[in-house]
Design a protein around this ligand. Structure first.
Ligand code: ZN
Length: 203
């Protein structure tokens, strides 16, 4: 399975990192070895002194598909979750400045955390989800998928023009503003529509 991630999908987050607004979704991937084990802490790697939390709504693909049209994209997932795209921001900045790929900053061991899955029809219209991230009990990131530049169905269509989507693949749909550094001892809690999706201890 693969983890496909979207960058720069919320306007306020683009502004906080002083990035340009893209004219197409920014896509990158994480390997399955980047997945943190459920219930295990996140360990800050030695090669970074600026690991950021990025809370993101996740979509789990349940049918194989390629060249999926936006209007049919809803048939390719029935579960929604919340996860963390841990990012070594210092490493990423260096790579970005050199015009190099981001993998060392985004795809290292433990850099992806996938929380609990929920049936997408559990709430409202199955499209717009409110979510937030608490760090040590204080809300640091909060938004709704209604504020995405590219909606989930548009992302699935766009991604599938390049990569065949397979059962079990997970899409990280981008982070809202409020990203920030994690330090040892932090507790990160993700809440999707009032339900706790994950709790991760930082070590
Ligand atoms: Zn991200």
């Amino acid at each position: 399975m693969k983890l496909i991630c979207v960058g720069r999908n919320y306007t306020k987050h683009i502004e906080e990192l002083k990035n340009d607004r893209p004219d197409a979704p920014v896509i990158f991937m994480k390997p399955d070895s980047s997945l943190g084990q459920p219930g295990q802490p996140f360990f800050i790697p030695d090669f970074s002194s600026d690991i950021h939390h990025e809370v993101e709504v996740l979509v789990r693909i349940n049918r194989i598909g390629k060249h999926i049209q936006t209007k049919f994209a809803h048939k390719y997932y029935d579960q929604i979750g919340l996860g963390l795209d841990f990012t070594a921001r210092d490493v990423q900045l260096d790579l970005k400045n050199k015009g190099l790929p981001w993998e060392k900053a985004k795809a290292f061991d433990g850099a992806a955390h996938v929380g609990k899955w929920f049936d997408k029809t559990k709430w409202s219209d199955g499209k717009n989800f409110n979510f937030h991230l608490n760090k040590n009990g204080e809300t640091v990131q909060q938004d709704s998928t209604a504020n995405m530049i590219w909606a989930i169905d548009e992302l699935i269509s766009y991604i599938s023009t390049y990569f065949t989507l397979k059962i079990g693949d997970v899409i990280f749909t981008g982070t809202p503003s409020g990203v920030g550094r994690v330090t040892r001892g932090d507790v990160l809690t993700g809440i999707l529509e009032g339900e706790q999706a994950f709790e991760v201890n930082v070590r």
